[in-house]
Write a protein that binds this ligand. Structure first.
Ligand SMILES: Cc1ncc(COP(=O)(O)O)c(C=O)c1O
Length: 507
């Protein structure tokens, strides 16, 4: 081939995908002409220093999409009738080019994505919403069967019967329904030692929107954004698409290692995301000295901290540690709470607690994002909290999940014995396990799924820290004791079947 192919081995885009894109682009731009012969997969693999399988995969895509044709015995050629022919235009110099390649020439009709859009298009996405296996240990969801739906619907009916049509209008403030903000402020003061006014609260559509708004308000392209390593994928992605430079900060048994923040390479960190109540994914609870040390550092360095308190309601052992936001004296902490784990995730309601000086800015950012969260749902929720249903539900769920937590730990010990290490079991609704056998992780996940069991590998949570092999997340909240026992038994069988096949972890 008479053009240069450059592959980026550091990129998150798989090499076969990069090679496919390079060749496709060369064909569409006319650098590779219809009918032109292309090198064999062996030759291209050798010249680029990649495996033959990678080159073959890229060629298979190009062949199946019609960019290349192969004739037995005589090699592979650029096809004569290109699939993107409709995208090709005649340029002034008489050459045929694609709209993508013509730059300013046909600017009006060129549709290009922003860096944000391109990032979302090109980078690997996390598998979400695939068909569910029979026993799903995968997602941090609560037990839907236990949700007091009757109570909720009664409140909704009472509200509807009022025939107050002003309920259907947009509130002038995007910050959220005031009685709900008052109820949240009272709840936070009582259960998390966070003393804030309702004016500091912005009602949002779950933690993810909270993270997104903080990202937009605080970060510019190129800014340093710190994240626990391993850390929550939802936050990592939000920072990355904003063009931030991601900095991983390791975690030990006391939480985020604050000492590491003194590294000069982190001196310009603008925002740091942490999950102190139940570190995602390790489940570690950040110690009080570590919290104070972190706040001290934030004050001295002028860094904003996002405290994602996503499942702090579930704590089973040890004394509750006050939230960072309750200890903060320098307006460094932006607190995020969500109703996804305590009620149900499809409700899409959560909240930010922001320093008083930032309230109006966040309210405007929320307006620009989606004006405001559903007012009807906010009103039902406000009543639900005010009438005491919320607290009762949390207490009941805490008891139930504590019992299920004991069931899963006992079941793991029964089946795996010393073959498994359990972490993060004192809080939240997930546990993290490390299987001490030499298993092939990818095959293990596949075999488990064949047996009707889904679980999550922790590798995607890691940034620079090397992921330990055989580490998985198990959510047990939505499963009955019988399902938990059955699931662990099947996981044990899957581990036995894939034992000694090598320490391979999924890409
Ligand atoms: C660390 C963390 N934060 C927040 C959430 C909840 O997100 P949301 O409130 O957007 O549903 C999750 C969900 O799994 C999570 O793991």
């Amino acid at each position: 081939m008479d053009f240069l192919i450059v592959l980026d081995s550091q990129s998150n885009v798989p090499l076969h995908r990069q090679l496919y894109e390079e060749i496709r682009r060369a064909i569409l731009s006319g650098r590779l002409m219809p009918g032109q012969r292309v090198p064999s997969t062996r030759a291209i693999a050798e010249s680029l220093g990649i495996s033959r399988a990678t080159a073959t995969l890229a060629y298979e895509f190009l062949l199946s999409e019609g960019y290349l044709q192969s004739t037995t015995g005589s090699g592979t050629y650029v096809t004569r009738h290109l699939p993107d022919a409709t995208m090709r235009v005649d340029t002034k110099d008489g050459r045929r080019k694609t709209l993508i390649e013509t730059g300013g020439l046909t600017k009006k009709s060129v549709k290009r994505l922003s860096k944000y859009g391109s990032y979302i298009k090109d980078r690997p996405w996390f598998a979400y919403g695939e068909d569910e296996p029979e026993i799903q240990f995968s997602f941090g969801r609560p037990d839907f069967d236990q949700f007091p739906m009757r109570q909720w619907m009664m409140l909704a009916n009472q509200l509807a019967k009022k025939h107050d049509l002003s309920l259907l209008d947009c509130p002038s403030k995007s910050q959220g329904f005031l009685p709900l903000r008052e109820a949240i402020a009272a709840h936070l003061s009582k259960s998390r030692a966070v003393n804030c006014t309702p004016q500091q609260i912005i009602v949002v559509n779950g933690s993810q929107q909270g993270i997104d708004l903080v990202t937009r308000v605080i970060l510019d392209r190129g800014d340093q954004a710190g994240i626990e390593d391993p850390g929550y994928i939802g936050a990592k992605k939000a920072f990355e698409v904003q063009g931030a430079q991601l900095i991983g900060v390791p975690v030990d048994e006391s939480g985020l290692v604050v000492e590491k923040l003194k590294d000069p390479a982190m001196a310009n960190m603008k925002l740091l995301y942490v999950t102190p109540s139940h570190q995602s994914p390790t489940g570690v609870v950040m110690s009080l000295p570590r919290r104070l040390e972190l706040l001290n550092w934030a004050q001295r360095s002028g860094t904003f901290i996002i405290e994602d308190d996503y499942d702090s309601e579930y704590r089973y052992a040890g004394r509750p540690v006050p939230a960072l936001a309750g200890l903060d004296r320098s307006d460094s902490v932006i607190y995020i709470g969500t109703f996804s784990k305590v009620l149900f995730p499809a409700l899409r309601l959560g909240y930010l607690v922001v320093p008083a000086s930032l309230t109006e800015i966040f309210a405007r950012a929320k307006f620009l994002a989606d004006r405001h969260s559903s007012l009807l749902d906010q009103q039902i929720l406000a009543e639900f909290i005010k009438q005491g249903h919320f607290e009762r539900h949390i207490r009941r769920m805490r008891g139930l999940y504590q019992q299920r937590r004991q069931v899963i730990i006992a079941s793991l010990k029964k089946h795996f014995g010393e073959g498994v290490e359990v972490l993060g079991e004192n809080a939240g609704i997930n546990i993290l396990i490390r299987i001490n056998w030499r298993i092939d992780d990818e095959a293990f996940l596949r075999v488990a799924r064949d047996k009707g069991v889904g679980l999550v590998h922790t590798k995607p949570f890691y940034l620079n820290v090397t992921p330990p092999p055989h580490e998985f997340l198990l959510n047990y909240a939505g499963l009955t004791d019988e399902k938990i026992e059955m699931g662990i038994e099947r996981l044990h069988a899957a581990a036995q079947e894939t034992r000694n096949r090598g320490p391979i972890v999924p890409a």
